[in-house]
Design a protein around this ligand. Structure first.
Ligand code: ADP
Ligand code: MN
Ligand code: MN
Ligand code: MN
Length: 369
């Protein structure tokens, strides 16, 4: 179990805060929170800038910079990194005209930072535009208490075995619903295409889905949804972990199933296009596994054991309604003879830009290794 030092950073009185947030915000001041992915490829950072007009698109927001030596992103003595605004959302925390501004990161020499996978994803999505690729990602995560212990678990032991918790109701079955509810509403306010949420199999584990999103929108919306989740949890003094298997033993890990379709798959008799994609995915299984977590498959090796509704990391498989397969064709899709496939391999801490890029390169651009 991860050891995290107890913290008290968010234990301030929110009623006192509300007194200050009631101070009217002067006209022609807009707080724009620049959000970016740090050098770990998992962590999210942000900092705020006052603008004197309300930006309508990311193009209205100036390029900014930050100290890469403090985020694991700089090279040698060149610590200045550039933030290029790419997507803009209403800010559910400050509300009003204030914005969240998603950025991708460039180095001093204008090359993309090592963890900037948006850059190549964009190139791929431009090439496959006419195929209208749609994605829906199911983001699973686990809530931890400030001491690193799963949220709501007894401090000196374990809760009862898995079974009653998935989609559960009741104080003895679900832990942390307040955080889930707050996140959902905040995402709706921000314009995130959040599709739903549910309590998961491990107590303290939850899922929300984002999608269907076309092309770049998948990565952009999921990263902002993750940012909002971290902020909401911060307010409640709880930690969100995207580690795919924080608790070893007979407890489910967390994934980020990626549901995927092209226009041909969605149209009448599109099932044959789904079936055509499967051997292509099988041939490139190792490459996909390498891109489906931030550690070239090491994180996912802890999760994809062949148990707990996963397929073993080394064995590609596909099947209708099979939740023990790498690729699942939902039963309804088989019945309708059209729809989408579900790639169950991505880890909860995957970068959605990498996952969606790999899917279109392998299945539409027919790239091989
Ligand atoms: P599961 O049964 O695996 O738990 P969920 O209901 O949690 O599935 O998630 C299904 C996801 O699939 C949703 O995010 C939804 O937006 C997405 N989805 C639905 N139709 C399509 C489609 N045609 N192409 C891509 N994604 C889709
Ligand atoms: Mn789901
Ligand atoms: Mn799930
Ligand atoms: Mn799923």
């Amino acid at each position: 179990m991860a050891t995290v030092l107890p913290f008290s950073g968010s234990n301030t009185d929110k009623q006192v805060l509300s007194r200050y947030l009631d101070i009217p915000q002067p006209d022609r001041t807009v707080q724009v929170e620049y959000v970016w992915i740090d050098g770990t490829g998992v962590g999210i950072r942000s900092k705020c800038k006052t603008m004197d007009f309300e930006p309508q698109s990311p193009k209205d927001c100036p390029v900014w910079n930050f100290d890469g030596s403090s985020t694991g992103q700089s090279e040698g003595s060149n610590s200045d990194m550039y933030l290029h605004p790419v997507a803009l959302f209403p800010d559910p925390f400050r509300m009003g005209n204030n914005k969240l501004c998603l950025c991708d990161v460039y180095k001093y020499n204008d090359l993309p930072a090592e963890t900037n996978h948006r850059h190549t994803c964009l190139a791929a999505m431009e090439m496959v535009k006419s195929s209208r690729p749609w994605f829906g990602i199911e983001q699973e995560y686990i809530l931890l208490d400030s001491d690193g212990h799963p949220y709501g678990w007894p401090k000196n032991g374990f809760p009862g075995p898995q079974g009653p918790y998935y989609c559960g109701v009741g104080a003895n079955k679900v832990y942390g619903r307040d955080i889930v509810e707050a996140h959902y509403r905040a995402c709706l306010y921000a314009g995130i295409k959040i599709a739903g949420c549910n309590a998961e199999v491990m107590p303290g584990q939850w899922e929300y889905q984002v999608g269907p999103c076309e092309g770049m929108e998948m990565g952009d919306h999921l990263w902002i949804a993750r940012y909002i989740m971290d902020r909401v949890a911060e307010d409640f003094g709880v930690i969100v972990t995207l580690d795919p298997k924080p608790i070893t033993g007979n407890w489910n890990g967390s994934g980020a199933h990626c549901n995927y379709s092209t226009i041909a798959m969605r149209e009448k008799d599109g099932l044959r296009h789904i079936e055509e994609a499967i051997p292509k995915l099988e041939k490139r299984h190792k490459t996909h596994i390498k891109g489906y977590d931030p550690t070239d498959g090491a994180d996912n090796a802890r999760r994809l054991t062949g148990l707990h509704e996963t397929a073993h990391i080394d064995a590609f498989s596909a099947g209708v309604a099979n939740r023990g397969a790498s690729i699942r064709i939902p039963r309804q899709v088989a019945a309708d003879n059209q729809g989408y496939l579900e790639d169950r391999r991505p880890s909860s801490n995957c970068d959605p830009y990498r996952v969606t890029e790999l899917l279109v390169r392998t299945t539409i651009l027919d790239e091989t290794d």
